[in-house]
Write a protein that binds this ligand. Structure first.
Ligand SMILES: [Mn+2]
Length: 367
């Protein structure tokens, strides 16, 4: 094969690979960064870099942010990690977690960082409303924007995208990204700990969302010194007494199981929030408890907040809670894990959820 034909075939292959991702939305899905060499040369001299992740950052948000932060910082870049809101306690052990800027607490500094930076990484989110109130500053910024994410339907605000839905986590994609740069040898134990954390939390400790690539990346991270025992302990055995008692309350007093819909619902009222002194992160993972029942395939955790009702939805198998979240609760997410919100009374929200599940189950039967 001549060099030029070979080149053409390669190009064609890349093209197919990108289009192969089945979605035909306003922005293409990119699971390979075509301009990786541009990014590599951009990062070859020290830059001022901002790493952003989404509101209510989870293990994957903070793991991917700090993993990339250490990778870039070790190469002499000046890096600021910014989250819209605070992260949960179970990730506070992560190296330099205390240096993260929380926009809700220090908006001026956050906006100033965004205004003056050369490069913005957007991790574990793909729509700018997830980083409210920094939306405008990011849109206005002249910085090079690089999005790395595994959620569906990315908006087209970034200059470069690594967007892959068949990936366990953004942490897995950060590993891919560093490998694409040809620098995986620079992943040390500290970076490996950060990245393994997000893989563990986004897969429920290797229970779901697993792809062959996930286990390969996890194995590589262990080889590079990630401390799995320590991370698992920090994440899963770090509950305080209040949280465990709250879980008891949810299971005993606030759970409804609807056998014919194979659905379980747990709700918390505004009063519960006061009585149990519930803080951000205290209700993390409660929704997953519902799925521990064999007969339940669909789970909802519904929280009554001062002016809004929030839903976390989970499912097993083919039932898409993402569809429920999008159609009925102005939300989104993944097929088996989604979230949304509702304006109105708690009762109306619960009824709307039940009706939406019923409708979708009936539609599935007839299709
Ligand atoms: Mn994630």
């Amino acid at each position: 094969m001549s060099i030029s034909t070979h080149h053409l075939v390669n190009k064609f292959y890349t093209f197919v690979w990108i289009l192969n991702c089945t979605q035909a939305f306003d922005t293409e899905i990119h699971d390979y960064m075509e301009n990786i060499s541009d990014i590599k040369s951009l990062l070859s001299i020290p830059k001022d870099i901002v790493i952003l992740s989404h509101r209510n950052p989870d293990g994957d948000a903070i793991g991917s942010s700090l993993g990339l932060y250490w990778f870039l910082k070790n190469q002499g870049h000046k890096v600021n990690v910014i989250f819209p809101s605070e992260y949960p306690d179970f990730v506070a052990w992560m190296p330099d977690a205390d240096k993260i800027t929380i926009c809700d607490l220090d908006k001026d500094f956050a906006i100033r960082c965004i205004d003056n930076t050369d490069v913005i990484f957007c991790l574990d989110f793909n729509a700018l409303d997830r980083v409210d109130p920094m939306e405008q500053a990011i849109s206005d910024s002249k910085a090079v924007k690089i999005m790395i994410d595994h959620h569906m339907y990315p908006e087209g605000f970034a200059d470069h995208m690594l967007s892959k839905t068949d990936s366990s986590s953004t942490c897995e994609l950060i590993f891919d990204f560093i490998s694409m740069l040809g620098q995986s040898q620079l992943i040390d134990g500290k970076i490996a700990d950060c990245l393994l954390t997000g893989i563990i939390t986004d897969t429920g400790s290797f229970k779901y969302n697993i792809y062959p690539s996930t286990l390969r990346v996890a194995a590589s991270l262990l080889e590079r010194g990630a401390n799995n025992d320590f991370i698992q302990e920090e994440i899963f055995n770090s509950m305080n007494e209040k949280e465990l008692r709250l879980l008891g309350h949810c299971l005993y007093n606030r759970m409804e199981v609807i056998d014919e819909l194979e659905t379980g619902i747990i709700w918390l009222t505004k009063d519960d929030f006061e009585k149990f002194d519930i803080k951000r992160g205290d209700t993390e993972g409660i929704v997953n408890q519902i799925l521990k029942m064999k007969k339940v395939k669909i789970a909802a955790f519904i929280k009554e907040q001062p002016s809004i009702i929030k839903l976390s939805l989970r499912s097993k198998g083919d039932f898409s809670v993402q569809e429920i979240a999008t159609k009925y609760f102005k939300g989104g997410g993944h097929k088996n894990a989604s979230g949304g919100y509702f304006y109105g009374s708690l009762n109306n929200c619960i009824e709307r959820f039940k009706r939406s599940v019923k409708t979708q189950l009936e539609a599935e039967k007839t299709s």
